[in-house]
Design a protein around this ligand. Structure first.
Ligand code: GLA
Length: 359
């Protein structure tokens, strides 16, 4: 199916946005902290046209599913993100006509690579183009985050939407999520990124995520600071009761790891910081699962791997590793074989097999 076949006429415009992988700085963004994502080659494309029957119609090529908005209730699934973006723009005073929207995506869903942010940012870019809206890329990220919070129910930070709106695949985007100050940095030298899906879909991700966020807010309140970003000395977290002590310790040490990278580090050191991040996410933040721990451990002990960790919110999903340039594929083959022997089935997501074959 294509737009013309579904809606009976060609689209007026189209826009795309990439997924992201976060290299370091996990669960820090809603604590006003620091993150280091980069864009992945996989992206989401949205084609847009005007609908003539007064209702919005959304079609997902991946799901082969059409959703029509007949009564202005928030739909579920992929349509909730598109509907959320439209509603958020309207609340901000923009007039949005009835639309036909066709979505196709190569961003894996449920792997922690921000397929939802890619859909939101692509939708908002498409709407900006179609309606000539005077909004910039940072505002697109902010509207997208609001759509996710208010219409998908995830109390997320702003990392994913900023990465999808502003990052490219050749650089790392350092972002201060409080000030939105950012710096585009080169990838660590002689290294490339390897992303492997654990094959374990994320479970309890929304409830677990929102619970972690609430714990961090409680920890910040107890320590008398606006957000955990305001604590730099990890000793300060020692006085908190469990589990707040460990949650806060993760955030403070993770922020410090990102700030160390900002000073300039070798690929070896970057890898060590990624390994430390995984241990902290597993033991202090408790968002890993056995499959991810196994996958990350296998990666960490493979020659050519500088470091590895879970990426994204956790509770399942993908791992990210920093590996010697040119070796990602052979490392992945080796690790996936051992991962299989441990009883799991993983999949290489970056470097993207499909996209490079197509190129
Ligand atoms: C999800 C959220 C982000 C961020 C990460 C964890 O991807 O959408 O805002 O909090 O989890 O770092």
């Amino acid at each position: 199916m294509d737009f013309q076949q579904v809606f009976g006429k060609p689209p007026e415009t189209q826009a795309s946005a990439p997924g992201r992988v976060n290299l370091l700085g996990e669960h820090t963004d809603y604590n006003d902290g620091f993150v280091l994502p980069t864009a992945i080659p996989q992206s989401t494309t949205v084609e847009l046209g005007f609908s003539s029957d007064g209702h919005h119609h959304f079609y997902s090529e991946n799901l082969n599913e059409e959703v029509s908005i007949l009564d202005n209730h928030t739909p579920s699934g992929f349509a909730s993100y598109i509907f959320g973006c439209i509603e958020i723009l309207q609340k901000a005073g923009h007039t949005i006509p009835s639309l036909s929207v066709y979505v196709k995506s190569s961003v894996p869903m449920g792997s922690g690579l921000s397929s939802s942010a890619a859909l939101e940012v692509a939708t908002l870019r498409g709407l900006r183009q179609l309606l000539k809206l005077p909004i910039d890329d940072v505002e697109i990220a902010q509207f997208a985050q609001q759509a996710e919070i208010q219409y998908a129910g995830v109390q997320c930070g702003i990392m994913d939407q900023m990465a999808s709106s502003l990052a490219d695949t050749e650089h790392i985007l350092f972002l201060d999520t409080r000030t939105l100050e950012r710096r585009v940095m080169p990838l660590p030298e002689k290294a490339e990124i390897l992303v492997i899906d654990s094959g374990v879909p994320r479970t309890l991700a929304t409830s677990g995520y929102n619970q972690r966020r609430a714990e961090c807010e409680e920890a910040a309140r107890s320590l008398g600071v606006k957000a955990l970003r305001d604590i730099t000395d990890v000793e300060v977290t020692e006085k908190l009761p469990e589990p707040l002590r460990r949650r806060a310790r993760h955030v403070v040490t993770e922020d410090n790891r990102v700030l160390e990278v900002l000073q300039g580090v070798t690929s070896e050191r970057f890898g060590e910081l990624m390994n430390a991040s995984h241990a902290s996410l597993r033991d202090d933040y408790e968002v890993s699962v056995p499959a991810l721990d196994t996958l990350v451990e296998l990666l960490q002990k493979t020659p050519g791997v500088f470091g590895a960790r879970l990426t994204g919110a956790g509770f399942g999903g993908a791992s990210v590793a920093l590996v010697a340039a040119g070796e990602a594929r052979s490392i992945a083959t080796h690790v996936l074989e051992q991962y299989k022997q441990a009883g799991y089935t993983g999949q290489i997501l970056v470097p993207s097999l499909e996209l490079s074959d197509a190129a």
